[in-house]
Unconditional design. Structure first.
Length: 116
C-alpha cells in the first residue's frame, strides 16, 4: 500500500471539527453541566447548582444560556407562583453521552496511572 502524503490543509480539515467541539465544551463547567443533565435528564437550577460544586449562580446561568444556544439544553418556564424553571437535556444534547462516557473512562484510567 502506498503511503499518502499528508498536507497541512488536510490536517486543518481534520482539526476544524475538533475545534468546533472544543468550542462547545470549553471552560471548566460545561462538561460537568452536560454530565448532570444527561444523568437527571430534567432538573431545576437549584439541583444543577448543588450538583456542579463550586459554580456560582451567575456562571451557571451563563453556561446554561450557551448550552441552549448550542441546542444541548432546553429551558422551560412554568407560570406558577413563584415561576418555575426546568432545564432538560435535548435529544441532540444526549448525543454527547458517548463523549462524556469516553472522558469518564479515560479519566478513571488516568487516575489509576498517575496515582499508582
Amino acid at each position: 500500500m502506498e503511503k499518502k502524503n499528508k498536507t497541512p490543509k488536510e490536517c486543518l480539515g481534520k482539526l476544524l471539527p475538533v475545534r468546533d467541539a472544543l468550542d462547545v465544551f470549553q471552560g471548566k463547567w460545561k462538561i460537568q453541566i452536560i454530565s448532570v443533565m444527561i444523568y437527571y435528564e430534567q432538573c431545576s437550577f437549584k439541583l444543577l447548582k448543588e450538583s456542579v460544586k463550586g459554580i456560582t449562580p451567575k456562571m451557571l446561568s451563563k453556561e446554561l444560556k450557551d448550552l441552549e444556544i448550542n441546542l444541548l439544553v432546553d429551558r422551560k418556564v412554568t407560570n406558577t407562583r413563584p415561576v418555575s424553571i426546568t432545564y432538560s437535556i435535548t435529544d441532540y444534547g444526549k448525543t454527547c453521552t458517548p463523549v462524556i462516557l469516553a472522558l469518564y473512562q479515560w479519566g478513571q484510567e488516568h487516575r489509576k496511572t498517575i496515582m499508582g
